[in-house]
Design a binder for this molecule. Structure first.
Ligand code: SF4
Length: 312
């Protein structure tokens, strides 16, 4: 049995108020919550912890001795990821360490002190990696074109390279269920392929294992958790880029479906984990040419079986 299989997502489910750092417990607005609101907060935190724990088990994301580099952008998702992993770490049956890494891309107005202040207040090991990808992106992207694709590629390259430098064995990203579904539809609509974002993957150069422990979590839960935890969010629009319109459209489409048909996103996510290659049309995934041979084999085994019953 793999070490990761011993992760118990419910191990900490009973104790909730002790899961935040002392600094946060004294400073977070959660303290101002009335009893009912606190119960809701506790339920939300348990749910996130349970979902992250299950994703870790299901995909064997974290093993004994892993050094997990949590990529921290300053957005709600990565703060939540770090906090929930810290929660699980305290009671996990496997030992692993966490190191937070922020890539300072030198965007104008980036508040450099926010993340170091926060990380020091919660006592997490961290690095701020400085790379001026902002200038590269501005220089290379034609006027009016969206900068996100190149920016993301450069960011990924910098972070993966740094993970190697600091000996991180896993790189954890804060993508959640909706990110995965949006990517699925974007690839279908614009890329002509049926692929999303896997919960665990080997980077193209084979050097890094990337994990997405929030894969089972709803974006709305994460947003609510981030609000209640009062994370010091750094806005994502400092680069001045136009938001990715295609993604925005898909996001709204999914939100609308969920509004009209509650549970649809859950069902779609389940579909991503439950693929039937013989019911699709990818010749690489399923041997359609071999169906005749398969039929012959089945017929032959039936005839053999009939012969056997006759003999009896
Ligand atoms: S919004 Fe700005 S910082 Fe974010 S990926 Fe796009 S270009 Fe990069």
């Amino acid at each position: 049995m793999q070490d990761a299989m011993m992760f118990d997502p419910l191990a900490t489910a009973g104790s909730v108020n002790d899961t935040r750092s002392e600094a946060q417990q004294t400073a977070a607005p959660g303290d101002a919550l009335d009893a009912k609101a606190r119960r809701e907060f506790n339920k939300l935190q348990k749910r996130l912890r349970r979902q992250v724990g299950h994703a870790i088990i299901d995909y064997g994301m974290i093993h004994e001795g892993d050094r997990v580099m949590v990529c921290l952008s300053g957005g709600k998702d990565s703060y939540t990821l770090l906090e929930i992993l810290r929660n699980l770490q305290r009671n996990a049956p496997v030992n692993f360490s966490l190191v937070a890494v922020n890539l300072d891309q030198k965007q104008p107005g980036f508040p450099e002190h926010v993340l170091p202040d926060y990380l020091e207040s919660i006592g997490v090991d961290y690095h701020i990696l400085e790379r001026d990808t902002y200038s590269v992106v501005k220089e290379k992207t034609p006027e009016g074109k969206t900068t996100c694709a190149l920016c993301s590629r450069l960011r990924r390259g910098s972070l993966y390279g740094f993970a190697e430098e600091i000996g991180a064995t896993k790189v954890a990203l804060g993508h959640h269920r909706e990110d995965i579904l949006e990517t699925l539809f974007l690839n279908m609509f614009y890329g002509g392929s049926l692929k999303a974002m896997p919960p665990k993957l080997l980077s193209d150069d084979g050097k890094n294992i990337v994990i997405r422990p929030l894969a089972y979590c709803r974006e709305a839960d994460i947003a609510e958790y981030a609000r209640l935890m009062a994370f010091p969010i750094i806005p994502c629009n400092l680069c001045g880029s136009q938001p990715n319109l295609q993604r925005q459209v898909v996001k709204e489409m999914l939100a609308e479906w969920e509004r009209k048909h509650p549970g649809r996103l859950e069902s779609m996510f389940k579909a991503v984990t439950n693929v039937a290659p013989s019911q699709l049309a990818d010749r690489e995934l399923f041997d359609f040419e071999g169906l005749e041979a398969k039929r012959e084999k089945r017929l032959a085994s039936r005839i053999d079986a009939l012969d056997l019953t006759r003999d009896v």
